[in-house]
Design a protein around this ligand. Sequence first.
Ligand code: NAD
Length: 502
Amino acid sequence: MVSPITQPPVLRNYIGGSWCRADASDTLEVRNPATDEVLALVPLSNARDIEAAVASAATAFPGWRATPPQERVRYLFKLRVLLDEQREELARLITTDMGKTLDDARGEVQRGLENVETACGIPSLMMGYGLEDGAARGIDEEVIYQPLGVCAAITPFNFPFMIAFWFWPYAIACGNTFIVKPSEQDPLVQQRVFELIDQVGFPPGVINLVNGGKEAVNALLDHPQIKAISFVGSTQTAAYVYARAAAQGKRVQASGGAKNAIVVMPDADLDSHLGTIMNSCFGAAGQRCLANSLIMPVGEAHARTRLRLSEAAARLHLGNGLEPGVDMGPVVSAQARERIVAAISQGIAEGAQLALDGRHVSVPAYPHGYFVGPTILDEVRPSMRVYQEEIFGPVVSIAPVASLDEAITLINAGDYGNAASIFTDSGAAAREFRYRVEVGNVGINIGVAAPMAYFPFSGTKRSFFGTLHPQGRDAVRFFTESKVVISRWGSDGSSRVSGIGR
Ligand code: NAD
């Protein structure tokens, strides 16, 4: 008997509190990177889909804004409970769609959830301040923070669950209404998140989901009713999004790519730090914006670092991230694998020494998976493209330096400013590094310097375009406008009503 051919499901948008099919007829295949299996078709929503989402968010705004903050966060409390109950299912969806290991995906769910928890503090976080007689006798002055209106976030593939939570819980807690546009490469987990959002029962239009790619992004950037855009992705797209949206008077925060370095000082205890460094380089197959892809061993730390790292990386077990014992899953797509392999080959052609080659790995149980093995290039020089450009794969370049001063000078000369770490036993070296290094997130004996939800997810230079960063208080300020109120009551300049009670 021939089994019926089942069509992959077409993902839906969530607009105005209901699930709906996109107006757009174009779709893309969403594939499991470990198996190459087609999981779903994602619609490439068009300007009409964006128009529908904006209209619903704009209609919801006045009522939502008038809902007291304490009441608004009650919806988030409910969502927090549902996310917590579903955390394993959410993690499995992330792994199936993106490829990272289940442990990594569980960590991602936790980080997303912590943003929901932090946004629940909005009544305190959003509070203004004032001073009686602050302007003059009888004239009071205060500042209040008000929501902007309809806001939107455009997110990347590498944290398909967490990154949307850097923005929307804060935005809606502040009284805005919101549209999320996830990456078209791995949109599955957001379908599940929005099922939970639907279960919470937010007023229709407060939070909306639109799937799609470039066309949907452009429609968001150009829509006159959208007041603020939050973006995370590659530097090229971040620069484009920032310029296009800012030119239309929108508030924009756009996080871009990275080339993060680890400095290993000669006094660093490699035995105790090796696991941390390995996780930073090869966790999520190097597809984290905080992944370290450049290692700068100082002086005699070079030979030791190369040896220990190569030995440990060669032992990493590749496979389907859903399976126990797997250290590294596939990269997100066949195109990403091609790009990464080409970058390694280019590094070798430019003169880098190949200490470990991951270009030709095979994972027999998953012959169609997009696997790249851990790769280490040594003697990498600042003039090489592998040194300068983000590869976004499990590829580490070792660029030996003579001193901490040389390492800091090189890091500061780079285009990116997302993160940098130092491994050392010296407080003085750590302090100098922290003081001088021009990046947004600094790790001291920490490999992935990921800020908790109540700190800003910083970034500088070509890793971030804008002023206020994702998460915490920065997010609250980003999603609100300050208004100063100066008031005088009483014709004599005094607000005090004399005679009352006499
Ligand atoms: P990407 O730039 O390809 O895509 C990001 C988003 O932009 C997606 O939603 C996509 O649909 C949209 N997009 C892509 N090309 C577009 C175009 N030409 N016009 C309009 N919209 C477009 O990024 P990605 O590959 O999904 O994500 C990986 C990148 O994200 C890496 O560079 C990584 O460093 C970066 N990242 C940065 C941070 C950070 O905090 N700085 C965090 C996570 C990821």
